[in-house]
Design a protein around this ligand. Structure first.
Ligand SMILES: [Zn+2]
Ligand SMILES: [Zn+2]
Length: 271
C-alpha cells in the first residue's frame, strides 16, 4: 500500500516532520510513501512559502530511510503551473533525480483558488471554467511530468454549498483534460484531501470512470497530508470508488516509472 502525496515542514504550509509521517504510514499499513513538497515558482502571494529546498529534502529523506528501513521512502515534488514561469519550472524540475513529478494547478488567472479574491466578480460557472481552462493550458505547456495532481482542486476551496466539480456540469472542459492525459500517457491522481469538504476524492468518481473509459490506465493515490494524522486519509473509500470506476490496479512512481499494485492487495494491507 502506498501514499504518493504528502508535505512536511519543508513545505511552508506544513509543520510535520518526515519521521512522524513515516510513523503514521506504518500504523496505517502503508509501506511506501512519497514526499511531494511544493514548488510554485511565481506564485502570486505565497512564493516564499511554496518553494522547497531540494537539498534539504534529499537529506531529510536519506535520514528517514536509515531510521525506517521497513518503509520505501520516495522523493517527489508537487510542481505548480503558472504560465509566466513555466520555463523556469521545467528547468527546475529537470535538475533533480526524482522518483515522481506531480503537476498541479493551484493558480488560475491572478489568484490561487484557495484565496477568496479568486471568486470576486465571478459566477460559480466562470470560476470553475477558469480553473479548468488553466489545467488545459498547463497540459499544453509541459509534458515532463508523471501525473496530474488533484483535478478539481477548486472544489476543495470554493465558497459554495455542495462545491464538487462534476463531470456532468463541465463535460467539455473535463474531457479535453482527460483526452490530453490519455494521449500523453500521463497519470491521474486520486487525491483524498477533499473528502471532508465534498464527501469524495479529487477528481470525483464520474471523472475517474470517464478517464478509464477513454483509455486512461495510470492512476495514483495520495492523501495530500500536511500532518501525520492525515496520512492515508479516506483511502478505503477512495479505493472502493477506483474499483467501481473500472480500475483493478493503481500505481506509485519510482525513478519516474509507474509500479502497479492490485487494489485488492492494497485494501488488504490498509489498517
Ligand atoms: Zn496541491
Ligand atoms: Zn499537495
Amino acid at each position: 500500500m502506498f501514499d504518493c502525496h504528502m508535505h512536511t515542514h519543508l513545505s511552508g504550509d506544513s509543520q510535520a516532520r518526515l519521521d512522524e509521517m513515516c510513523q503514521a504510514a506504518l500504523q496505517k499499513g502503508i509501506g511506501t510513501l512519497c514526499t511531494t513538497e511544493h514548488v510554485d515558482i511565481g506564485h502570486p502571494d505565497k512564493e516564499t512559502l511554496f518553494l522547497c529546498e531540494p537539498y534539504r529534502e534529499r537529506e531529510q529523506i536519506e535520514r528517514a530511510r536509515e531510521r525506517f528501513a521497513q518503509l520505501k521512502i520516495l522523493w517527489g515534488l508537487e510542481v505548480g503551473y503558472m504560465p509566466a514561469t513555466i520555463v523556469q519550472t521545467r528547468l527546475y524540475a529537470q535538475r533533480y533525480e526524482l522518483d515522481y513529478l506531480l503537476y498541479s494547478v493551484h493558480v488560475a488567472g491572478e489568484w490561487d483558488c484557495y484565496d477568496k479574491e479568486y471568486y470576486e466578480g465571478l459566477t460559480r460557472r466562470q470560476a470553475y471554467l477558469r480553473y479548468l481552462d488553466a489545467v488545459i493550458d498547463s497540459l499544453d505547456a509541459w509534458d515532463g511530468f508523471d501525473c496530474m495532481g488533484h483535478l478539481g482542486y477548486i472544489a476543495k476551496c470554493a465558497p459554495y454549498e455542495d462545491p464538487a466539480l462534476r463531470l456532468g456540469d463541465y463535460r467539455e472542459a473535463v474531457e479535453a483534460i482527460l483526452q490530453r492525459l490519455v494521449r500523453m500517457g500521463k497519470g491521474l491522481e486520486i487525491n483524498t484531501s477533499s473528502f471532508p469538504k465534498t464527501g469524495g476524492p479529487m477528481p470525483e468518481a464520474d471523472i475517474l470512470r470517464r478517464y478509464r473509459e477513454m483509455g486512461g490506465e495510470i492512476a495514483t493515490i495520495g492523501s495530500d497530508a500536511h500532518a501525520p494524522e492525515a496520512v492515508g486519509q479516506h483511502f478505503k473509500a477512495a479505493l472502493e470508488l477506483a474499483r467501481t470506476a473500472g480500475f483493478e490496479r493503481l500505481c506509485y512512481f519510482e525513478g519516474r516509472r509507474p509500479v502497479f499494485e492490485p487494489i485488492d492487495k492494497m485494501m488488504a494491507a490498509l489498517r
